[in-house]
Ligand binder design. Sequence first.
Ligand code: OGA
Ligand code: NI
Length: 342
Amino acid sequence: METVLDQKLVSSWFDVHQSVPETYVFPPEKRPGKLNVPLCKSIPVVDLASYDHRDTIQQIFKASQDYGFFQVINHGVPQKVIDETMRVFKEFHAMPSKDKAREGSKDPSRNCKLYTSSENYANEEVHFWRDALTHPCHTSEKYLQYWPNKPSQYREVVKGYLEEVKNLGCVILELLAEGLGLSSEFFNGRLSDNPMLLSNHYPPCPDPSLTLGLTKHRDPSLITILLQDIEGLQVFKDGNWIGVEPFSTAFVVNVGYVLQIISNSKFKGAEHRVVTNSRAARTTIAYLIYPSNESLIEPAKALCNRNPPLYRSLNFKEFLKIFKSKAANAEAVLQNISLSGS
Ligand code: OGA
Ligand code: NI
């Protein structure tokens, strides 16, 4: 018999076990290894209120080249909005599982949904130690009617948050475009008008050395703007894992596949993962900037004068199909869209 969602959620059973259930134990070669990786002091923290516009562009450009990751402070999103939104998501994930399952299962087309591990739960070999709530960011009634309305302030608070983060996203995309030598409006419109919200929740785990919150992956987004409460996010850089330091006043920004393609590989979609811990639940709020489905994804013409295009043109829907079929294998995704044949 199929187990219902509320019983599958990690948050519904994590505290009744002394040890990690077998279906959550990764084979030795895929385990996280050394858990206490250094928090990285070299991932740039960029001050968006700096008066030196060229310097800001340069910092973001370099970080996107070197790490595919940076953090932003003085970003203009009021701290009250950030704190309230984190509180509402923590409240959401702390609700009884039955309530969560109900609030996250209203949309028959499943754009808005609560799920656990990955969207591929039924077919995956090992499950991830996480629950996730996702929905489109558009606030038209068409989508809004499926958002949770418990906790009671959910819609109001999340709507306010998304307005702020949308503006921040525009600012960051303009800085990235300028750094690439493109017009500052390059990413406006269809390349960025399908943002999704994703709140991840990683309950405490009795043995973090056996499990992962998320395995090594790249995001299928243009960029992702993330709020994290405590540490757990790691970046793969030059063969090593490094931790992304949590700051309650900062957003973490990372480059996704789509920006790697459009930038003709000037920027690299950063590989990252999430480890668990035994002390405290971890909650994150990701704002994933996606193109609209029919939008054409290809290396920007202006970046293909001196260097030939490395990737073929395809629409975003087609890209997502490839991404989903090869999700476990980053190289296979790139090979599928690469023009070099190597
Ligand atoms: C993701 C992701 C990081 C985190 O949702 O794609 O990488 O810390 N999340 O939750
Ligand atoms: Ni990610």
